[in-house]
Design a protein around this ligand. Structure first.
Ligand SMILES: Nc1nc2c(ncn2[C@@H]2O[C@H](COP(=O)(O)OP(=O)(O)O)[C@@H](O)[C@H]2O)c(=O)[nH]1
Ligand SMILES: [Mg+2]
Length: 273
């Protein structure tokens, strides 16, 4: 039996960096996870692995190049397929705005009972707040009274996304979800100032979304973790040298629900099972 895990994340949430670092760790035999067969479509991620090995940030995957990545992982005899249907694409945003999923996503959603959501807290946009904006009458006049500045906040968009996913999964909205396991992963953990536990950080930044998730999932099927795939910022030149000297597979950590760090990035997948 193979357990499929679905990896979901908006663009720039840290997917490529995580996948690259995870594969480099597995290749260096520094993870509890192994591969049970060769990765079929490694080409899109090779560039990222090359950059990371050289101590450089991954180059953003062109958004038009939506492709699928599937990692055939194994742990202690258990087989796990990490499925990333929106590798580098904008599809998550398109699902939210268009309220439609293509057949590839539909299949992944239906097939998987373990979902991982990547959120980069430092990049979130807040909702349009009328109280701190000056609306210029002449601009409103030009746009028929519509303010073009308005866009849905990330917090609302995550709630929309999960309403769509739960609907596709056939979840009865009268009950809390007990079939799908959800692991919310707060990426770029190293960028946070004195972080508390992952749940407390999520509560601070996206309280309504956390509330929505807690109201819709049974507690035992919900986990909130932290992740720093890089371990430190590669924007600093001295960190680039550290990577080149020590090897990128020696950097990065995950943070469990209690706030404790673990060096094995593969542990994230095991926590999501
Ligand atoms: N400081 C820090 N930056 C990170 C980390 N992971 C990813 N990033 C940066 O976040 C940005 C987006 O990451 P990327 O993996 O391309 O996101 P994707 O679009 O979801 O594939 C890049 O500039 C990465 O270098 C991390 O663990 N720490
Ligand atoms: Mg990417």
């Amino acid at each position: 039996m193979i357990t499929p895990i679905l990896l979901i994340g908006k663009p720039h949430s840290g997917k490529t960096t995580y996948l690259g670092q995870l594969i480099l760790r597995i290749e260096a035999n520094k993870s509890a996870l192994k591969l049970y067969e060769p990765i079929e479509n490694l080409t899109p991620i090779i560039e990222a692995m090359r950059s990371l090995s050289n101590g450089e940030e991954v180059i953003p995957t062109p958004t038009e190049k939506s492709t699928t990545i599937k990692l055939p992982l194994q742990y202690d005899g258990a087989l796990i397929n990490l499925d990333c249907p929106d590798y580098g694409g904008e599809q998550v945003n398109q699902i939210i705005t268009g309220r439609e999923v293509d057949s590839r996503w539909n299949e992944s959603i239906k097939l998987s009972e373990n979902w991982i959501l990547f959120i980069k807290l430092n990049d979130l946009n807040t909702s349009f707040d009328l109280s701190n904006k000056t609306l210029k009458p002449e601009l409103l006049e030009k746009n028929n009274g519509i303010s073009t500045e308005y866009s849905i906040s990330d917090q609302s968009s995550f709630i929309e996304l999960f309403q769509i996913l739960l609907h596709l999964k056939g979840q009865d909205a009268h009950f809390r979800n007990s079939l799908t396991k959800l692991t919310i992963v707060l990426t770029c953990w190293d960028e946070l100032d004195n972080p508390n536990t992952p749940q407390e950080e999520l509560q601070k930044c996206l309280p309504l979304f956390l509330n929505f998730i807690q109201a819709n999932w049974i507690e035992t099927n919900l986990k909130i973790l932290g992740l720093s795939s890089l371990g430190l910022s590669l924007k600093e030149p001295e960190n680039k040298i550290k990577y080149q000297e020590t090897g990128s597979e020696n950097f990065g950590f995950i943070v469990n629900s209690e706030g404790e760090k673990n060096d094995d990035l593969g542990q994230l997948i095991l926590e999501a099972l």
